[in-house]
Design a binder for this molecule. Structure first.
Ligand code: ADP
Ligand code: MG
Length: 311
């Protein structure tokens, strides 16, 4: 019988902020992934906030100050981040597989995700990227390149890009073929490289697709049995950070909808995760979603911790 299929979304705590930190942290991440890959077919999605920020800032700095390198567009920075993170993850997973004498291949797919150019998000960019700058510099660049800048909490001006919803994962069939061969596949890094359909084919756009949303889309399209979102907390809570905080072992779709209305999940952190899980669970017959910590993922899949979201 074929194994059950998991789509695992890795958060910031699985990767860290610098190359050294990342290489160290992915050793632990790899152990968790291989634990799960012993029992399930595994497809991995991951975030890239700090990494694409770092690449974009470095590229921007080097092309402006002294002009030593060409200007690097944002989608290209996203592609670089997929390669850099995928390289670290692949290497660590390969090593862990070898240690355990498991015969499996690991593949990282540079992945594009189609977004709708009429997505309302394009009218209201919200995701800050790049370095802080003065009002004058921001205005000059806005005029020259048409970028949008916002003042960020008194720290200066920062470019913002839209966060459209994922419509189609371009490399989905490749992912499917590799998973069928039993490989561990890394895809939709940073939510995927956002592209739009044009008369001349696909074209990259400066945007950030939420990685939890893309992982839910991946779980749906790859017909996963479960979407597993691994983050920094063991369980989702209501009244989070309040004296009456209560951790949840499970939520039905209706529970989750009510908690969202009551404002229990912080926008930009837990809310997109719960929404991604809802999207997956609502659109599947028996699909379940799990939110838990990277460290306790194995226990969570046995029902010992974590928050299950189900119909
Ligand atoms: P990731 O990098 O994994 O996407 P985020 O920081 O975006 O992680 O989101 C996870 C964080 O959400 C948790 O570490 C926690 O601090 C925060 N959080 C906000 N609301 C809740 C809640 N209701 N229950 C649990 N954690 C919450
Ligand atoms: Mg997040």
């Amino acid at each position: 019988m074929s194994k059950k299929r998991l789509v695992i979304a890795l958060g910031g705590n699985a990767l860290g902020n610098t190359p050294e930190e990342q290489l160290e942290l992915v050793k632990e991440t790899a152990k968790t992934i291989v634990d799960l890959a012993e029992d399930y077919d595994v497809i991995i999605g991951h975030g890239n906030g700090p990494q694409v920020g770092m690449i974009n800032n470095a590229m921007e700095f080097s092309s402006v100050n002294g002009g030593k390198t060409p200007y690097m567009p944002f989608p290209e920075c996203g592609a670089m981040s997929q390669g850099y993170i995928g390289y670290h993850l692949t290497q660590s997973i390969q090593k862990e597989l070898k240690n355990r004498k498991i015969d499996k291949e690991v593949a990282c797919i540079v992945t594009q995700v189609v977004v709708d150019k009429n997505d309302p998000a394009f009218l209201k960019p919200t995701k800050p990227i790049g370095s802080f700058m003065s009002k004058e510099d921001a205005e000059a660049i806005a005029k020259e390149k048409g970028f949008v800048f916002v003042e960020d909490a008194g720290r200066g001006y920062r470019r913002v890009v839209p966060s459209p919803i994922p419509v189609r994962i371009v490399e989905l069939n490749v992912v499917e073929q590799l998973v069928k061969l039993g490989d561990i596949v890394i895809t939709v890094g940073g939510g995927g490289i956002p592209v739009v359909e044009t008369e001349c084919g696909l074209e990259g756009v400066a945007a950030v697709i939420d990685k939890d949303r893309s992982s839910a889309k991946l779980a749906l399209d790859a017909k996963a049995d479960m979407l597993v979102i691994l983050t920094a907390v063991d369980r989702v809570a209501i009244n989070y950070n309040k004296p009456n905080q209560e951790s949840l072992a499970e939520m039905t779709v209706e529970d989750a909808e009510r908690y969202i209305k009551e404002g229990h999940f912080a926008p930009g952190s837990m809310l997109p995760k719960v929404e991604a899980c809802l999207d997956f669970v609502r659109k599947t017959e028996n699909g379940m979603a799990l939110i838990t910590s990277l460290a306790r993922a194995k226990e969570a899949l046995k029902g010992e911790t974590g928050t299950i979201i189900k119909k």
